[in-house]
Design a protein around this ligand. Structure first.
Ligand code: HEC
Ligand code: HEC
Ligand code: HEC
Ligand code: HEC
Ligand code: HEC
Length: 251
């Protein structure tokens, strides 16, 4: 798949890092739980482990690895394992979500359309987040070994208990402001400017863990222009000849 070539460099770097981790701290590393047995053969303890070891062996053909049959599976792929881990990285920006869901893996690598999951965006004020049912529409079809990913176990628990997922909200305007997605997404249909999701949300398809992209903060027309501040909205409305009437944006 072309995506692997595109991501070659970052995978290569991760492999080097993972390689160092496995060789130096086999027992300490939780995520790469492979351990050396007897001689210097590294034994995989999960499918993700196996994917990492196979990738390391491609780099270093002399590396001795052992993959038990139960972990010698095509899924989850190495990219999925890495995204799952990166979405949980406390050092990267953005809140830790209840499930390590990666936009990079779904919207980037697999090119799932933003509006497949945020389906209200062109029809209603809010974009919304997808239901457990929508996730399961794909994930119910995955092989059983995919459940080794913690995020998938949590997803399935919610599915079995009929509970929705409490995603941590990232964008939030105050109650007195009305924002409408559909006016912006459909603006092009009425001869207005065309906006991508990325115009306002940044390169979401490159983010494992989602965060609110900062905008350059400066003052214009006496207003701060950081994202979600009034000056941000007003500046773009002014630049594009859209309404600046107070009641356009305020109740
Ligand atoms: C259109 C199909 C589709 C939908 C809808 C979907 N997924 Fe996925 N998901 C995939 C595919 C394909 C993979 C990657 C398979 C691989 O590379 O191993 C994946 C991988 C994952 C992973 C592992 C990588 C990562 O992102 O951490 C998790 C966790 C996950 N999905 C959770 C979810 C959740 C939660 C939802 C709903 C919000 C969801 N998925 C909706 C297709 C889908
Ligand atoms: C497979 C389903 C799926 C796809 C495809 C998807 N998203 Fe999401 N999106 C989610 C889920 C689940 C959340 C909540 C968890 C999170 O924030 O990561 C979310 C959250 C968001 C948020 C933040 C919501 C908030 O709380 O403020 C934005 C913005 C967003 N997505 C934009 C996009 C854009 C832009 C694309 C396309 C490039 C996209 N999404 C593709 C499932 C998806
Ligand atoms: C003109 C700027 C703009 C564009 C374009 C835009 N958004 Fe948003 N988005 C926002 C703002 C502002 C909020 C916060 C809304 C609120 O708090 O009421 C938001 C919130 C969200 C949320 C959080 C849930 C919600 O509905 O409040 C999601 C998910 C989201 N956007 C996805 C998308 C997707 C997907 C697209 C493209 C189809 C998109 N957005 C295009 C500005 C934009
Ligand atoms: C990237 C540019 C851009 C940003 C940022 C932006 N808007 Fe807009 N907005 C537009 C344009 C252009 C239109 C006119 C669309 C059309 O052709 O109808 C519009 C239309 C609207 C409308 C509908 C007006 C009507 O006549 O029905 C509302 C409400 C609105 N914006 C509120 C906001 C708020 C609130 C914010 C900030 C949180 C915001 N917008 C940020 C470009 C932007
Ligand atoms: C294009 C959209 C837009 C227009 C037009 C607009 N506002 Fe706002 N306004 C906002 C947003 C978004 C906020 C919330 C900013 C924040 O919380 O930092 C806001 C906040 C405010 C606040 C509260 C400030 C605070 O610190 O809490 C006042 C007062 C206000 N606007 C007055 C007005 C008046 C008066 C007009 C007309 C001259 C106007 N707004 C036009 C988007 C708009």
């Amino acid at each position: 798949m072309g995506t692997h070539r595109a991501r070659g460099r970052s995978i290569f770097v991760s492999i080097l890092l993972a390689g160092a981790a496995v060789l130096l701290f086999p027992a300490l590393q939780g995520s790469t739980a492979a351990h050396a047995e007897g001689g210097d053969s590294l034994v995989a303890e999960s499918v993700c482990d196996a994917q990492r070891l196979k990738a390391m062996q491609v780099e270093d053909p002399h590396l001795e690895i052992e993959i038990p049959a139960e972990f010698d599976r095509p899924f989850p792929t190495l990219a999925a394992c890495e995204s799952h881990e990166a979405a949980l990285d406390p050092a990267s920006e953005g809140p830790i979500q209840p499930i390590a869901f990666s936009h990079k893996h779904h919207a980037g690598d697999f090119e799932i359309d933003c509006q497949y999951c945020h389906s209200g965006t062109d029809r209603s004020a809010s974009a919304g987040v997808p239901s457990v049912e929508l996730c399961m529409g794909c994930h119910a079809q995955f092989p059983a070994e995919y459940d080794q990913l913690e995020g998938i176990q949590i997803l399935k628990e919610h599915w079995e208990n009929g509970k929705s997922i409490e995603w941590v909200q990232i964008h939030r305007l105050p109650e007195h402001v009305k924002f409408q997605h559909q006016a912006h997404i459909r603006s092009k249909d009425f001869g207005g400017p065309e906006f991508e999701c990325q115009t306002c949300h940044g390169p979401v398809e490159n983010m494992d863990k989602l965060y609110m992209t900062p905008d350059t903060k400066f003052w214009q027309y006496g207003l701060p222009t950081q994202k979600l501040e009034m000056g941000w909205c007003v500046k773009c409305h002014r630049d594009n000849g859209a309404s600046q009437d107070c009641l356009t944006c305020h109740y």
